[in-house]
Design a protein around this ligand. Structure first.
Ligand code: SF4
Length: 333
């Protein structure tokens, strides 16, 4: 089996993942090559960066953008306080400045990694809040601004399954015909008790419908899952991963629950209502997740680091290098 490792340090952000498949798929994947090469060589892994270089002829980085959206979970449509874990930055704490245009944010993002690469290419990652939650003409303008940039090879759009009406789906199909579009859906969990607790405010059926409609239009889908939600046992997390594995999603992001300051989750945590996962617990769960994820599904993230300034727990996750090394050795290896 060939395991392809993908390690992104995009826009100050660390995203680690692997791609599990046999042979080359016909899609373009983005990654960055600051991966711990020595570790990978020890483990005999093949870097995805080689594949990316072959596909794009250069390195590819992800630039996180804040295009000034809001979210139905925040603007009063479905709720006002957002998901319980969501920071004031709308889960886009590493994204650019919404006061700047998309093009400007791309240029600023390029500056951050420009010293590491020359002539690299980029994925524009519409990350903060709900990035399909606007009139379709506004969305067209924003996405077009990104794909018209000569250094952008694809766009990735984070959103909610209940914010994908037909006209937006059609727009995504239109853009996808020009440059690859990935849609990232925040599922987080499939369990009703947890869904209510985190105030996700949409049904699993809406996720199923979104996947079906996106796939029908040939759009790549990545599903976000949070490991360590309060009250969830290991088996609950694994059944969520199993659900995603069977859902038709092309990729998955596994995210350790972070308790961030200023969120309602902080209050729960400070009141002792739950404990964050320990590092050993997280690694053990990740190993089990990897056994569930089918060949052909891309793992875009195996951890994630909350912004240090507002990270309350678990603090062990702030030591990115150490965590990635453990994941390399114990999960991927
Ligand atoms: S849907 Fe996303 S942006 Fe909206 S509140 Fe939840 S995590 Fe935050």
């Amino acid at each position: 089996m060939q395991v392809r490792f993908w390690n992104l340090y995009g826009h100050k952000q660390v995203i680690a993942g692997i791609i599990k498949y046999y042979g080359i798929r016909g899609k373009s994947y983005a990654g960055q090559t600051d991966s711990p090469m020595e570790t990978m060589e020890i483990l005999g892994m093949i870097t995805l960066s080689d594949y990316l270089k072959t596909t794009f002829g250069c390195k590819v980085y992800k630039i996180a953008i804040n295009a000034g959206f809001t979210c139905p979970n925040r603007d009063g449509t479905k709720g006002e306080r957002g998901c319980i874990f969501c920071s004031a930055g709308g889960s886009g704490d590493f994204a650019g400045d919404p006061a700047q245009s998309v093009s400007r944010q791309i240029e600023e993002g390029k500056k951050l990694v420009g010293s590491k690469i020359k002539d690299g290419k980029y994925i524009a990652y519409f990350q903060a809040y709900t990035n399909t939650y606007a009139p379709v003409e506004k969305l067209r303008e924003l996405y077009k601004e990104a794909i018209d940039h000569p250094d952008i090879v694809a766009i990735s759009i984070a959103t909610r399954p209940d914010s994908l009406p037909d006209e937006v789906l059609d727009l995504l199909e239109e853009i996808n015909a020009i440059k690859p579009v990935w849609v990232e859906l925040g599922l987080q969990t499939i369990h009703e008790k947890s869904i209510r607790y985190i105030r996700r405010s949409y049904e699993n059926a809406e996720y199923d419908r979104a996947i079906k409609e996106l796939k029908r239009r040939g759009i790549e889908v990545i599903t976000h899952v949070i490991l360590g939600l309060p009250g969830e046992r290991e088996e609950d997390m694994l059944s969520t991963v199993r659900y995603v594995a069977d859902s038709g999603a092309d990729g998955i992001k596994l995210q350790l629950l972070h308790v961030l300051r200023g969120t309602d989750l902080e209050i729960e945590y400070e009141n002792g209502l739950f404990e964050a996962l320990t590092e050993d617990e997280y690694i053990a769960i990740l190993k089990k997740c990897m056994r569930i994820i089918p060949d052909g599904m891309v793992v875009h993230r195996l951890t994630g680091d909350g912004p240090k300034k507002i990270l309350l727990a678990p603090l062990w996750s702030a030591d990115k290098k150490h965590v990635l090394n453990r994941i390399n050795k114990e999960v991927i290896g």
